[in-house]
Design a protein around this ligand. Structure first.
Ligand SMILES: *[C@@H]1O[C@H](CO)[C@@H](O)[C@H](O)[C@H]1NC(C)=O
Length: 431
C-alpha cells in the first residue's frame, strides 16, 4: 500500500513522455522490489542504513521513540526508510530518472521534518483553549565566539540584556545626544560599538561603555566589494551578541531615550520592533482591497499590508530564528545593492514558496506611541497638547526627518527640559 502510494506520487509533478514514464516506472518498480527483497533478507543492514542518514535529525531531538510507541512516529520512520531505499535504488539507475530521484529526496526530507515535529506531539485542548507558542527557546551561549566581548557584556548587561548602538565618528554629535538621553533615563546596560578609534576615544572621554570593532568586511561577506557590504557588517557584529546568549536592543543613534525601554518590552517573540506606521492600521496591519473592475464578480482581491518594521530599533532574543535572520540579511546585503530595512522586512514577512524557504521567526510590533517615530510626533502629537500633555514616550526615533540633530535637541528640550514650544518651529515633513 505504501509502495503504491509512493510510486504514484513520484510522477505527480514531473511530466515525462509516456514511453519515458513506463520505462521510469519499470525501473523504479524493479528497484523497489530488489530493495524490499534485500531488506527482507538483511533486516539489520537495512536498519543501519537508515540510522546513518537519520542521525542528523536524531541528534537535534529527543531519542527515537521506542518501537510500538506513537503510531504516527513509527509510520513516518517506516516511510523514511522506504524513501531512503528508493533514493538508493534510483541513484544507481540512468540519468532519465534524475527528476524522480529529486522528488524522492524531497519527499524524504519533508517526511523527516514531519517526524521531527511529531516527536513533541501533544493533544489538542478544548475549543478556544489552544495556543501556539511564539517564544522560542534561547540558544546555549558560546563564549568562544568572542571572549573579549563576553567579558565586557558580563559587566554591562542586566538580565542578559543590552542596548547596542553602532557608530562612527561622522555622527558624533548625534551619538552624544543619544548616550546623554540614555544616561538621563537611568539606563546603564548599553554599549556603543565604535567603528573607529575616534569614536572609541569619544566614548571613553564621556564615560560611555564602548567596544571597538573594525567595519572591515568579514571574509564570509566579501564578494561584491561595494559599500553595501558594510551595513552587512552590522548584522555580523550583532550575531556575536546573540551567540554569546544576550538579548539585544539594537538602536540607531538618531533616537532619544525618555524612559528605560526594558520596562516596556514583551519578550515573547524572536523580534520585537518599532514601526514606520503612522496609524494603528498602518503600524499593526490591515486588509487592503485591490479593485480590478474588469473581473466583475471577483473584482475585489484582498491583500495584507503592514508598514515596515523599522530597522533602527529592534529587540532580538537569542534564538535560532533571530540568528538565522541576521545571517540571511548579512548574506543578502553582501551580494545585492539593497537597503537593510527592506531586506529585513522581506526576510521576516515573505512566506515559503516554490524554490524558497521563508524565515519563520515570531514577531511583534512595539506600541507605536511608546516607541515613537518622528512622523507621529511631528504630525499628530505636538499638535494635540491637550491629549498628549502628560504622555511620555519611551523612545523617539528621528527617522522621518533629515535634520536629525536639531530635532533630537528639540525633543530633549520639550520632554526633558520642559520647553513647551521647542517642537513648534519644525515643519511636519522636510522642505
Ligand atoms: C489604536 O490601538 C490602541 C492599542 O491597541 C488602542 O488603545 C486605540 O484605541 C486604537 N486607536 C484607534 C483610533 O483605533
Amino acid at each position: 500500500m505504501v509502495l503504491g502510494k509512493k510510486e504514484g506520487s513520484l510522477f505527480r509533478s514531473s511530466s515525462p513522455s509516456s514511453n519515458d514514464r513506463s520505462k521510469l516506472g519499470l525501473a523504479i518498480l524493479a528497484g523497489i522490489m530488489v530493495g524490499a527483497l534485500w531488506a527482507y533478507l538483511h533486516p539489520h543492514a537495512f536498519m543501519s542504513a537508515s540510522e546513518v542518514s537519520g542521525r542528523k535529525i536524531r541528534k537535534r531531538d529527543t531519542p527515537i521513540a521506542p518501537q510500538g510507541g506513537d503510531p504516527l512516529v513509527s509510520e513516518l520512520e517506516k516511510k523514511i526508510r522506504m524513501l531512503e531505499l528508493q533514493v538508493t535504488t534510483l541513484r544507481g539507475e540512468n540519468s532519465e530518472i534524475k527528476s524522480a530521484l529529486d522528488l524522492s529526496n524531497q519527499e524524504k526530507k519533508s517526511a523527516q521534518q514531519q517526524l521531527m515535529a511529531s516527536r513533541s506531539r501533544v493533544k489538542a485542548g478544548k475549543f478556544g483553549t489552544v495556543a501556539g507558542t511564539t517564544t522560542n527557546p534561547e540558544i546555549i551561549p558560546d563564549k568562544s565566539v568572542n571572549p573579549e566581548l563576553a567579558q565586557l557584556l558580563e559587566k554591562i548587561a542586566i538580565n542578559r540584556e543590552v542596548i547596542v548602538g553602532v557608530s562612527n565618528k561622522n555622527v558624533a554629535p548625534m551619538l552624544q545626544v543619544w548616550f546623554e538621553s540614555i544616561k538621563q533615563s537611568g539606563i546603564t546596560n548599553y554599549l556603543v560599538v565604535a567603528l573607529d578609534d575616534e569614536t572609541a576615544k569619544f566614548c571613553k572621554d564621556h564615560d560611555v561603555p564602548a567596544y571597538r570593532k573594525d567595519a572591515t568586511i568579514p571574509k564570509s561577506l566579501a564578494g561584491t566589494g561595494d559599500n553595501h557590504a558594510i551595513s552587512g557588517t552590522k548584522f555580523h557584529i550583532l550575531r556575536e551578541f546573540l551567540v554569546l546568549g544576550y538579548s539585544v536592543l539594537l538602536s540607531d543613534v538618531d533616537i532619544v531615550y525618555l524612559q528605560n525601554p526594558f520596562k516596556f518590552l514583551q519578550r515573547d517573540c524572536d523580534i520585537e520592533a518599532m514601526t514606520d506606521g503612522h496609524t494603528n492600521a498602518t503600524a499593526y496591519g490591515y486588509n487592503d482591497v485591490f479593485d480590478d473592475p474588469k473581473m466583475g464578480w471577483s473584482r475585489y482581491a484582498h491583500t495584507m499590508r503592514i508598514w515596515v518594521f523599522n530597522s533602527g530599533l529592534f529587540y532580538l532574543r537569542p534564538t535560532v530564528p533571530s540568528i538565522e535572520l541576521l545571517d540571511r540579511v548579512a548574506t543578502r546585503l553582501a551580494r545585492e545593492k539593497a537597503w537593510d530595512q527592506a531586506v529585513i522586512n522581506e526576510e521576516l514577512f515573505f512566506p515559503s514558496r516554490p524554490g524558497y524557504n521563508g524565515l519563520h521567526a515570531s514577531k511583534r510590533v512595539m506600541d507605536r506611541f511608546l516607541f515613537m517615530n518622528s512622523k507621529l510626533l511631528f504630525s499628530d502629537i505636538r499638535g494635540d497638547p491637550s491629549q498628549y500633555a502628560n504622555f511620555r514616550p519611551v523612545t523617539i526615533h528621528v527617522n522621518y526627518h533629515p535634520d536629525k540633530y536639531n530635532r533630537m535637541l528639540a525633543i530633549v528640550d520639550y520632554y526633558v527640559k520642559g520647553k513647551k514650544d521647542a517642537l513648534a518651529k519644525f515643519p511636519v515633513g522636510s522642505e
